[in-house]
Design a protein around this ligand. Structure first.
Ligand SMILES: *Cc1c(COP(=O)(O)O)cnc(C)c1O
Length: 382
């Protein structure tokens, strides 16, 4: 019995007729670019998150870059984010011409630490080389960062906040949903994300109508959104979502709430069986996670992964190299030890299989193996 890390095939087979006919409808009507499904998806996504506007785009990375392009950034502008995230969170800052300034994470939630955020804004101001402009908090593994505190800090220092909701689409944070927790947000529909399409895709969310109009223009080469569309009024990109991906997402969105319940079931079962044996996820009160990953920490990580791998159970490490230590950012001059929480977490963290179709029997088998490695290790060291 092979347990997939993320089971996209089960999801497809269970709903095959709906997915097939959604895609075939697009093939038949022929509007492969900016077809009617794109508009319909945008309206449904905005309703789901509870914001005025959603813009469907080509990827989560482009969903981060487009709002940054509206900020007229230069290399002397500092944008704060964490080094313990997928590379695109920082890369988007560089693509938009600004400089990433890293902030350590909270050891329990793995999200940006508001205390260190304040410290890094202050030290950037004191350094006099970079001007603080914005913050990109990441909602890691499906759990929103602490936006009440972050938005207050942003107001105090006059910074914009761009929510990286690539892993957290729809996660609950007090009375709101991830994707709607900052003035602008980006999500990804990469197949392995909680809401994924059958290729690349992403979306930007905002309540700001002026910003939205600018994003609509940037998505298609900076074209004028009223008047002569052959007049390009700014430098933009090709960042459109294909109609086929929108059609797939309309079908997946119908399944999403139910799938989130199933993800919660899997997470709760893992936590009940693993609590005490290793460090299980912490979910703050008034929040829930959409469980993009179920990540745990153990000093016996490598042994556990080997034992699971031998039994055909895949695991993954998100993220083995904190971004400040990546080759691409050598020029920023960071060193080992600069972000102790991110670096320590990277040494011990790993993720277990997580998808809505994981059976209780499989969870039991996985947890039994994990616990046996930890028992053996503590037995031999005692
Ligand atoms: C996946 C991801 C992205 C990028 O999304 P793509 O659709 O792959 O471009 C950005 N940020 C985070 C945190 C992600 O997990």
């Amino acid at each position: 019995m092979a347990t997939p890390f993320i089971d996209l095939t089960s999801q497809y087979l269970r709903n095959k007729k709906n997915f097939d006919s959604a895609v075939l409808r697009v093939l038949a009507h022929g509007q492969y670019i900016q077809g009617p499904e794109v508009r319909e998806l945008e309206s449904k996504l905005a309703d789901y998150i509870g914001v005025k506007h959603a813009l469907a785009v080509s990827s989560g990375t482009d969903a981060l870059v487009l709002p940054l392009m509206t900020k007229n950034l230069s290399a002397s502008d500092a944008i704060f984010t964490t080094p313990f995230t997928f590379f695109a969170s920082a890369e988007s800052i560089s693509l938009a011409g600004a400089t990433p300034v890293f902030v350590d994470i909270d050891p329990l939630t793995y999200n940006i630490d508001p205390v260190d955020l304040k410290a890094k804004i202050e030290s950037t101001l004191a350094g006099g080389k970079l001007a603080p402009r914005g913050i990109i908090p990441v909602d890691l593994f499906g759990l929103a960062a602490d936006y009440k505190v972050i938005n207050d800090i942003a107001t105090k220092y006059d910074l914009f906040v761009l929510e990286d909701a690539a892993q957290s689409f729809g996660a609950k944070y007090h009375d709101n949903k991830a994707g709607g927790l900052a003035s602008v947000a980006a999500t990804s529909f990469y197949p392995a994300k909680p809401l994924g399409c059958y290729g690349d895709g992403g979306a930007v969310f905002t309540n700001d109508t002026n910003l939205f109009d600018e994003l609509v223009s940037l998505r298609v080469h900076g074209q004028a959104t009223s008047g002569d569309k052959y007049d390009n009024i700014r430098i933009g990109m090709n960042a459109r979502m294909d109609t086929i991906q929108a059609a797939v997402l309309l079908e997946k969105l119908k399944l999403y709430d139910n799938e989130l319940q199933e993800r919660s079931r899997v997470a709760a079962s893992y936590t009940a069986k693993l609590k005490g044996a290793l460090i299980t996820p912490t979910i703050p009160s008034n929040q829930n996670s959409v469980w993009a990953q179920y990540s745990v920490q153990s000093p016996q990580r490598d042994l556990i992964r080997k034992k699971l791998g031998d039994q055909g159970i895949p695991t993954a490490i998100f993220y083995p190299i904190p971004i400040h230590l990546s080759t691409a950012y050598k020029h920023l001059g960071y060193n080992h030890g600069d972000f102790p929480v991110s670096e320590a977490t990277a040494q011990q963290i790993f993720s277990l299989p997580m998808h809505p179709y994981l059976a209780e029997k499989e969870i039991q088998q996985i947890c039994k193996l994990v616990v046996s490695v930890i028992d053996d290790a503590s037995g031999s060291s005692a």
